[in-house]
Design a protein. Structure first.
Length: 289
């Protein structure tokens, strides 16, 4: 399917805030500014929008591997639109997003585990999510879940490690003492560096397996279908920010885990964003592959 867009021509304006965002992921020290947006409905053939900085963070945790995944849901901003003609509106956002993870591999671990941090965003029209696929509003789940067809994957980072660190120095065992190899309480090298290490002895082998993932866009667009004319409608941009431990993730999926052995810390933050809305005329042409 190919889609051709013909956008209505008009003038536009929005309030802009110039701001600098300083991100500290381990200890978030954030200042916030009130969202400033054009709350007056945009009339026909004109654009509407907002530009703002109101830092939104899923604050980093120091839980040493015992944290269940944490999610924060927050509205990033909203404004009103209005047209004299029923039709489609194109909403386009550019959003700043940062993620950080901290993992630590120790000892022997059979699983690949670590940390993840990420954010998804979606639009709502008058409080109802809008499908990215169709442009129509779609109902939330029974517990307020946002349908996947309405969400953009804004940013995500997964960092996982699998470790196999053997003990190279141990205490003298009773068996070793009886064999005359050492005295009780002495520290003993497991490896004979002149022979066993050169022969790739498994006891001397150290390994570290790392899995790292960064995924996401920094733009999010939706076409809202058949917005009724003659009345004001509220468009809102919303986000869910999540972070925590992960286990044996893949390129396709992230698997949260509250008992990840390598999880130390993770955080995600959304900073500056610009959102613009404009009425458009859509022409959809379906062609064969």
């Amino acid at each position: 399917m190919k889609t051709k867009n013909r956008r209505a021509v008009g003038t536009f304006g929005f309030v802009a805030i110039a701001a600098i965002l300083t991100v500290a992921m381990v200890s978030a020290n954030l200042t916030t500014q009130q969202v400033q947006a054009d709350h007056e409905p945009a009339v026909a053939a004109k654009k509407a929008g907002m530009s703002a900085q109101q830092p939104t963070a899923a604050v980093s945790l120091l839980t040493q591997g015992s944290a269940d995944p944490v999610s924060v849901v927050q509205q990033l901003g909203h404004f009103d639109i209005k047209s004299n003609d029923k039709g489609d509106w194109l909403i386009d956002a550019t959003i700043e997003c940062a993620t950080a993870t901290e993992v630590k591999a120790t000892g022997k671990q059979s699983k690949t585990t670590g940390a993840f941090a990420g954010a998804k965003v979606w639009y709502e029209l008058d409080g109802v999510p809008v499908s990215i696929l169709t442009g129509d509003t779609v109902a939330k789940g029974p517990n307020g879940e946002i349908p996947s067809e309405a969400t953009w994957n804004l940013c995500e980072q997964v960092f996982e490690m699998q470790s196999n660190f053997n003990d190279l120095i141990t205490q003298c065992t009773e068996e070793q003492e009886l064999a005359g190899e050492c005295t009780a309480g002495d520290l003993v090298f497991v490896c004979d560096f002149e022979t066993e290490l050169d022969a790739n002895n498994d006891q001397c082998s150290q390994s570290l397996t790392v899995f790292s993932k960064n995924a996401g866009t920094h733009g999010a667009t939706v076409m809202i279908h058949d917005v009724s004319a003659g009345e004001s409608h509220t468009v809102s941009l919303n986000a869910i920010l999540s972070h925590g431990g992960s286990v044996e993730s893949t390129l396709e999926t992230t698997n949260p885990d509250g008992s990840s052995l390598n999880f130390e810390d993770a955080g995600v933050i959304i900073g500056k964003r610009i959102v613009i809305a404009e009425p458009i005329h859509m022409q959809t042409v379906t062609t064969g592959n």
